[in-house]
Design a protein around this ligand. Structure first.
Ligand code: COA
Length: 256
């Protein structure tokens, strides 16, 4: 599995090349305290795109500390594209990763060919219990986040794996991620987005309400909304096949 160097630090990404030449590049950006494994295998191995599922700095197998702001993560994604000599890519982001993707499209529109916004919003205020608990009561707060993150009927094993993964991220990094989400707000800027966009949300998402996704779809010109019945915030692992199908169909329609 490959690594590259961004800002002097080793960054891990899982890469799956499309069997079809001239396919668009698709970068997958995970959420707060996550890793590339937050994307189910059908998405990481989506046919019809060269897929790069990265670990943000300080997460998964990537070195360094996390960034303090969403703009910092957005600049990191563009620097990652530079490191891989990708002139343009579709950027897919989950939760904090969606905020990162949107901010990259606002700050570097010529680099973002399309957006896939999964379980996210134009503003992501965070419960004080999560914000403070990541610093003061780490284990219980990870437990709480994972309880909210999956629909009640999600397989126990899936929730267990999610919790184990989150525990490997430093508390200060997870705290900084949620603080970055809490300070982020692009509600007034969605009209500036010019690239095609697909918005995906689970109908049982309690961390980023379906209402947030409706707002994105209503305010980004031409955006499409895909509601995934019965999925929670982790829709891209809970119902990976359905989410992958929606992304593949959108990429085919966009014909980039
Ligand atoms: N898109 C559309 N509407 C949004 C929005 C978004 N991204 N973010 C907030 N709003 C709406 C809210 O629904 C609310 O509308 P209402 O007054 O009609 O109910 C209004 O804007 C203000 O909401 P918010 O900015 O969130 O402030 P708040 O003080 O009402 O609530 C929290 C703060 C933390 C309680 C709340 O944001 C919450 O429950 N968050 C989800 C849990 C969480 O921590 N998620 C983690 C995200 S990374």
């Amino acid at each position: 599995m490959p690594y590259t160097t961004v800002d002097g630090q080793r960054v891990f990404y899982a890469c799956h090349a499309s069997p079809t030449p001239e396919s668009p590049s698709l970068i997958l950006v995970h959420g707060a305290g996550g890793s590339h494994l937050h994307w189910g295998a059908p998405i990481r191995m989506l046919p019809g795109a060269d897929v790069y599922a990265l670990d943000l700095p300080g997460h998964g197998r990537s070195e360094g500390a996390g960034h303090e702001t969403i703009a910092g993560y957005a600049a990191f994604v563009v620097a990652f594209m530079d490191a891989l000599h990708l002139q343009q890519a579709v950027v897919a982001g989950h939760s904090m990763g969606g905020a990162t993707a949107l901010t990259a499209a606002l700050n570097d529109p010529q680099r973002v060919a399309g957006l896939v916004l999964v379980g996210t919003g134009a503003r992501l205020r965070v419960l004080p219990r999560i914000l403070e608990g990541t610093l003061n009561d780490f284990e219980n707060t990870v437990e709480l986040i994972c309880r909210y993150a999956y629909a009640p009927h999600a397989p126990r094993e899936m929730v267990y794996r999610g919790r184990q993964q989150m525990r490997t991220v430093a508390p200060r990094t997870i705290h900084a991620d949620f603080a970055a989400c809490n300070a982020y707000d692009v509600m007034e800027r969605l009209g500036e987005i010019r690239c095609p966009a697909l918005v995906i949300v689970g109908t049982e998402d309690t961390l980023t309400l379906p209402k947030y996704s409706s707002f994105l779809a209503e305010h980004i010109a031409g955006a499409e909304l895909k509601l995934v019945e019965g999925a929670g915030h982790m829709v891209m692992v809970e119902k990976a096949g359905e989410a992958a199908g929606a992304i593949a169909a959108a990429l085919a329609r966009w014909n980039l």
